[in-house]
Design a protein around this ligand. Sequence first.
Ligand SMILES: [Mg+2]
Ligand SMILES: [Zn+2]
Length: 200
Amino acid sequence: MAHRAVFLDRDGTINEEVGYVNHIERFILLPRVGEAIRLLNQHQFKTVVVTNQSGVARGYFPESLIHQVHQKMLDLLKREGAYLDGIYYCPHHPDIGVPPYRQKCRCRKPATGLIEEAVRELALDTSRSYMVGDRGVDIEFAHQIGTKAILVLTGYGRGEWEYSRDQWKAEPDDVAEDLFEAVQWILQRESLKTNFKKGE
Ligand SMILES: [Mg+2]
Ligand SMILES: [Zn+2]
């Protein structure tokens, strides 16, 4: 049977939104993220990061930095007893930089290429899955791939929610303070944890 998954945006959802993580020292986990991902691990959700990293196409940092940053992310999570089942990124931009990074690719969110790869490699059922992110594009992406959509108010989330959600192409199913609260909502919805009340 195909697995259910929780897809996670990276910047602003897992780590502090700093514009571009153009140096490994700028990757800083947000509070309660380790605990949130550990809960997903414990409840047999495949936990998969899906991130646009156009800083490569823009010439801000080499693609190799993405691998270093992701190793740091895995190391920091491991210290909290948490792990990721997959990390998928898009280094492209449609109009900026030089080929091959400048291209109209199929993997830049809200396009669905990264998810198609993840679904194939990890045997996932998107109809039973969730997407969590801090931007309207993440919510649109969730609807494209047929998952439930949760907006977190960390990163760009609060500003996007207050000032630009009327421009969004899709509505979130839930709005959460942070990834930990988003995970609580998921577990409650799946009847895996029933003693949680929002705001507690
Ligand atoms: Mg983000
Ligand atoms: Zn791409």
